[in-house]
Design a protein around this ligand. Sequence first.
Ligand code: DAH
Length: 352
Amino acid sequence: MLDKLKEIEQTALAALESVKDQAALDAWRVAHLGRSSPVMQVFSGLGGLSKEERPVVGQAANKVKVTLEAALAERTEAVKATALAKSLEEDELDVTLPGRGVRVGRLHPSTQQLRLVLDIFAEMGFQVYTSREVETDEINFQALNFPPHHPARELQDTLYIDAGERGDNPLLLRTHTSPGQIHSMREASSKNPENPPPIRIVLPGMCFRSEQITARSEVQFNQVEGLAVGENITFADLKGTLSDFARRMFGQDVRTRFRASYFPFTEPSAEMDVECFVCGGVGCPVCKQSGWLEILGCGMVHPIVLQNGGYNPSRYTGYAFGMGPERQLMLRYKIDDIRYFWGNDMRFLEQF
Ligand code: DAH
C-alpha cells in the first residue's frame, strides 16, 4: 500500500509538470486531489485495513495529500507569473511611436477680453458681481429711471419674453448690465437698511437687443458694468478710476477725454474716449478721422437710482460705467464686422 502511495504521488507530480494554464490546473486538481482521485480513495479504503496498517497508511496518505497540495500552490504561482510576463511582452508599448496630438481648446476672444477688463478692475479693488440675463421691465428700465414710455427706451430695442398678463412689467432679456446695479444695491442695503455698506463692483455678462444683425450691430453682446457707491464719492473718483483703467488697458501713454452725454440713470453723464491707438490721434478710418475712439458710457449714479437701490441719496453718492468688450476687441484688432464673434468660424476664432 505504501508503494502504491509513492506511485500515486509520483504520477501526480509528473502530470503537474506539463500543466501550463489555469484550465489545466483545475483539471489536475480534480484528477489528483478531487473526491474520486487515487489518494482520496486510499482514505476511503482505510476502514478495510487492519488495526496496525490503518494509522501507518493514513499518515502516509496524508503526507501525499499535503505534498500534492503544496505542489499545486507552487504551480499556480508559476502559471500566473508566466501569464503576466507574457501579457507584458505582448502588450508592450512602443514609446518611440509619435503620439496622437491633443487638440487644445482656448477661450473665446470675448471671454479673454472680459477677463482682461475684470483683472484690471480687480487690481483696483473691485469685486465681480454677476446678475441674471432674464429681467423684468421694472429692474431693467423703471428702477433705472426709464419710466414706461420714456423716449430713452427707444435706444434699446428690447426682446420681450412674456408681455401678455404682466402689464407694465413684462419679462425681457436684459438690454444692458445696468439692472445689476439695482440687484447689487438692494442685496447690500437689505442686509443693513440703516447703514448700507459701500459697493465697488464690476458686473460682466451677455446683453440682448432686438437688432437687425449687421456688421455693426448684433442681437447679443457682452458688457461690463461698473458701480461704486459710498460716502463722498465724486466725479473726480470716476475720472481717476476710468483714466487709470484706460492706461492699464491701452498703454500708459494713452490720452483720454470725457464728453458730456445723457443716460437716464446717471447725472451728470459722460462718454469716455481714448486717443485713437491706430493712428495716434492724427485721424484714420478706424476713428473716422476724429483721432478719438469712444470706449464707454459713465456718470454719477442718479439720486433716484440710489433711492431705488435702498441708498439714501442725501448721504451716499456713486459713479457707474458701462463698456463693451467686443467693441474694445474690434478697436484693438481692427475687426470690421461684429458678426464674427458669434459666427463660430474657426478661421476667426483661431487667431486669438
Ligand atoms: N447701460 C448703458 C448702455 O447699455 C451703458 C452705460 C452708460 C452704463 C453709462 C452705465 C453708465 O453704468 O453710467 O448703453
